[in-house]
Design a protein around this ligand. Structure first.
Ligand code: GRF
Length: 192
């Protein structure tokens, strides 16, 4: 049985983190076991901290407020990730722009973005997508690269819009995230 190790980075609610823990943590697929070996947050108040602890998973808090530059922060982040030598680094609502210090050192990182990239990059993607004239909306899993929300697209899924309220729209986006992200992670770790 081979072990596939993941590190998850998050900043807030941690609902994607929780979903990944529920569906993948310590589960076996085709003779391979996935384990979230560590989670890291930049936010000491992140709700996701309790969610990780509930699953007995290590949480490291690396508060960005203690660093004077993005590069300095990323150096410590990279070191912490490399310590556990993961097969994959999963960004799940990690609200930090990453510098080349991160992207040149961590090649195996992916992110989920709540829009159909390349549309609506950056913050407030759900709102931007809701307010657009698009008849479909969806989510994207992509590789992390030097440029924000611009790495290679790994997968997407979408729904046809139906005059939803913003709350309904947002809920549908999150449901797609919870379905797509574990599937892509599994594909990368188990089948490739
Ligand atoms: C998700 O919508 C994700 O796509 C975006 O940030 C949000 C994080 O939510 N990058 P949560 O912390 O997983 O609940």
């Amino acid at each position: 049985m081979s072990l596939k190790k993941i590190v998850v980075l998050f900043s807030g609610e941690g609902t994607n983190l929780e979903n990944i823990l529920k569906k993948l943590h310590k589960k076996e697929f085709e003779g391979k076991k996935i384990q979230i070996v560590k989670t890291i947050t930049n936010n000491p108040k992140a709700k996701g901290i309790e969610k990780a602890k509930k699953y007995g998973v290590d949480v490291e808090i690396i508060d960005h407020k203690n660093f004077s530059s993005r590069e300095e922060y990323d150096e410590v982040l990279v070191k912490s990730i490399k310590k556990v030598n993961p097969h994959l680094v999963v960004l799940a609502g990690f609200m930090r722009i990453l510098s080349p210090v991160f992207t040149s050192n961590i090649k195996n990182a992916i992110n989920i973005h709540p829009s159909l990239l390349p549309l609506f990059k950056g913050v407030n993607a759900i709102k931007k997508s809701f307010e657009s004239e698009m008849k479909v909306a969806g989510v994207t899993v992509h590789r992390v690269s030097d440029e924000l929300d611009s790495g290679k697209i790994l997968d997407q899924c979408c729904f046809h819009r139906d005059n939803e309220s913003f709350e309904e729209f947002e809920k549908k986006i999150h449901q797609l995230e919870y379905k797509l992200y574990p599937e892509v992670i599994k594909t990368l770790l188990i089948r490739e």
